[in-house]
Design a binder for this molecule. Sequence first.
Ligand SMILES: Nc1nc2c(ncn2[C@@H]2O[C@H](COP(=O)(O)OP(=O)(O)OP(=O)(O)O)[C@@H](O)[C@H]2O)c(=O)[nH]1
Ligand SMILES: [Mg+2]
Length: 297
Amino acid sequence: MKSGFVALIGRPNAGKSTLMNALLKQKVAIISPKPQTTRNSIRGIRTDEDSQIIFVDTPGIHKAKHELGAQMNKEAASSASGVDMIYYLVDASEKFGSGDEYVLKMLENTHLPVFLIYNKIDLISKEHLLVQLNKWKDRFNFEEIIPVSAKQSENLEHLIEVTKEHLEEGIQYYPSDMVCDYPEQFIMSEIIREKLLYNTEQEIPHSTAVVIERIRRRRDTLIINAMILVERDSQKGIIIGKQGAMIKKVGLQAREELESILGEKIFLELFVRVEKDWRNRKSKLQQLGYIQVENER
Ligand SMILES: Nc1nc2c(ncn2[C@@H]2O[C@H](COP(=O)(O)OP(=O)(O)OP(=O)(O)O)[C@@H](O)[C@H]2O)c(=O)[nH]1
Ligand SMILES: [Mg+2]
């Protein structure tokens, strides 16, 4: 069978996680309208009768303001090296800018085939699309240029076909029924973080992290205790909300989605703790799984 790894890279908000979920027809990565949603590389596995493609969703590449951001950029860059092919995702509704130039510069060092995936074409006209693609083709030696709409699953079958053409015969890396390789705890904390991203504004969404502290089963219910970390006391107040309204809302939305993903009854208990400046503390980032363990030679 044909098999291989494809890294999805690009600026924050380009639609990398949306595309991966659409290609897998399953929600494996969280999505939000706010940039810098994804913080870790996430593998999603797509197996059919003659191929297995492992997509690696990565954090958006951006100008880092915290150690967390620096680690996210590092993670994106390192994920793009251990693969067979790169999808560079671009948001068609955004203007070309220094952020794109930066990513293109990064890509110049790679010997891997790079596909330009021109995403969100549902937001622009056909004429604009043609003009833009014409400009893009001169910016880099792309192996392929493929316009898609991840959100509306437009042109994705074509994308898969072309991808397969570039993959070589290889082994099946994962069992056929496996779609992701992370532990259940990861999706639990990510879904809670997604609801925080949707319900809060300004710096709050990016100042939170979620840790699953305890999971236990009582009769037919899975009881999950999760800790939401924030950076300041004032943020704790906002997350809790007036008479606990905000945390209740986040908890309800997260519980409903987790019940549908995990297929069982869930009791979700959320707590909030202030961890001063956690985004700049390396030991904390390591604990939270945002720093890759470095292998010493
Ligand atoms: N209209 C439209 N919106 C899209 C499309 N793809 C993604 N989006 C939206 O773009 C926003 C960002 O999507 P994500 O998938 O979270 O983007 P990302 O590249 O993973 O972002 P980071 O994780 O922050 O790097 C969300 O609001 C999506 O619904 C598309 O094809 N069309
Ligand atoms: Mg993402």
